[in-house]
Design a protein around this ligand. Structure first.
Ligand SMILES: Cc1cc2nc3c(=O)[nH]c(=O)nc-3n(C[C@H](O)[C@H](O)[C@H](O)COP(=O)(O)OP(=O)(O)OC[C@H]3O[C@@H](n4cnc5c(N)ncnc54)[C@H](O)[C@@H]3O)c2cc1C
Length: 392
């Protein structure tokens, strides 16, 4: 029971509250005025990143040892929720940097952490996480990128697909096979730095949504990576680092889904209070009220799952993979449903770029695809159902 109590403890400190209030303020001032143009031009949010940097928002997600605020992992999910209420594209670019940092946090040596996490915590350097490949999406271990040891270096060859921040990031955590005979246990994680010879990037993907985040392929042709950039200095531990990273980042994706849904919900409420048909504001029709009620309940349920997963992750709970999968699955499906209904309540106006709901609707779809599709989350949940059924 004690464990359950810890899991459901969502209280936050005064310092955490201040970070979240500041994030709301920066997003209201900087993200709202810029988001439509960033979306239209598919432009990376560099100017917004400068403001996030000034406000110390990058550092809010890192330990004090690396120049961060040391507030702990629960805050990441809350911060994801805040930023995504305003723009999921900006959230994706912002959190993809942290995603790139996580394998180093989980598996890196102290020296590697100091070297790579410190500039990421200050926002001076941006990160990216390179796991997915053309033939290794849901089937993560089916990687082709491989690393061969030559003296004190590894030579990397292969390519990564759909990598957020690729081309813009300075630091890349890249997963490659170091021992094919060992399957998933023969994968290692390397830190690559922009400018390394043989490292290049594909075209900017022309996406449906989250267009402020840049998505490209990463191409590696005989990239020489010094041995000291092998995460943890031990080969063949990369798959564990990848799993730990995804378990820790999925609560934040769930938080982001709650944030997007909250933004869409607020747009729907504002619009239905203003829009008059049949001589009354449409919010007075019970059918409209019921749609809004459904949205409110689903958002709150998703929020509770996201916070529980975030707490499980921050205290290293044994079932955190289950809680993360449940939260990511439910919250991302909820975000899509809420965005769809919120657009419906805008009628024809919602189908145009004159209202922010059109972009929120396009952005929402990615939540059930990246960091493991909804189907993959359900596979994970089912694994637990089968395991736990032995106690029934
Ligand atoms: C905009 C964007 C940004 C991304 N950013 C990153 C990033 O920064 N770093 C990174 O490494 N990756 C990133 N990804 C990759 C993303 O995580 C993958 O796209 C995702 O995991 C799905 O892989 P896939 O696209 O190959 O789809 P597939 O694996 O081919 O899946 C296709 C369909 O089949 C279903 N399916 C597959 N296997 C099963 C199964 N066993 N059971 C049931 N259904 C199944 C899937 O659910 C899906 O509906 C990004 C992707 C996008 C689109």
């Amino acid at each position: 029971m004690e464990n359950q109590k810890d899991l459901m403890d969502f209280t936050i400190s005064e310092d955490e509250r201040q970070v979240l209030d500041l994030a709301h303020e920066v997003c209201k001032n900087e993200v709202i005025p810029a988001r439509a143009e960033l979306d239209a031009k598919e432009e990376f949010p560099d100017k917004i990143f400068d403001k996030f940097k000034e406000a110390g928002l990058f550092g809010a997600m890192y330990d004090e040892a690396y120049g961060g605020l040391g507030l702990g992992g629960f805050l990441d999910t809350l911060l994801a929720e805040v930023v995504s209420e305003y723009c999921l594209g900006v959230y994706t670019a912002f959190f993809a940097s942290k995603l790139g940092a996580l394998p180093i946090e989980f598996g890196g040596t102290e020296e590697q952490k100091l070297k790579f996490l410190t500039p990421m915590a200050s926002g001076d350097k941006i990160g990216a996480f390179g796991l997915t490949e053309a033939d290794a999406g849901s089937d993560v271990p089916n990687l082709s990128t491989h690393a061969e040891k030559k003296g004190d270096r590894y030579i990397l060859n292969g390519s990564k697909q759909w990598i957020s921040n690729a081309g813009r990031a300075d630091i890349y955590t890249i997963f490659a096979i170091t021992d094919k005979s060992k399957g998933p246990r023969g994968i290692s994680c390397f830190v690559l730095e922009k400018g390394m010879k043989g490292l290049s990037f594909g075209k900017l993907e022309n996406k449906l949504g989250i267009r402020a985040s840049s998505t490209r392929a990463i191409i590696m042709e005989d990239v020489e990576v010094p041995e000291e950039n092998l995460v943890g200095l031990h080969p063949n531990h990369g798959f564990i680092h990848a799993l730990k990273t995804l378990n820790a980042s999925r609560p934040a994706v769930a938080g982001a889904a709650v944030g997007l849904a909250t933004g869409a919900f607020k747009e729907a409420v504002k619009y239905t209070k203003d829009r008059v048909q049949f001589d009354k504001a449409i919010i007075n029709f019970q059918a409209v009220q019921h749609m809004l009620s459904d949205m409110a309940v689903k958002i709150d349920a998703a929020r509770l799952l996201a916070y529980r997963a975030a707490r499980a992750s921050s205290i290293g709970h044994a079932d955190m993979a289950k809680y993360s999968a449940m939260a990511k699955y439910f919250a991302s499906e909820t975000a899509m449903q809420v965005a769809t209904d919120a657009l419906q309540l805008h009628g024809g106006y919602g189908y145009t770029k004159d209202y922010p709901i059109e972009k929120m609707f396009r952005d929402a779809k990615i939540l059930s695809i990246y960091e493991g599709t909804s189907q993959i989350q359900k596979n994970e949940i089912a694994t637990y159902i089968i395991k736990e059924s032995s106690h029934y």
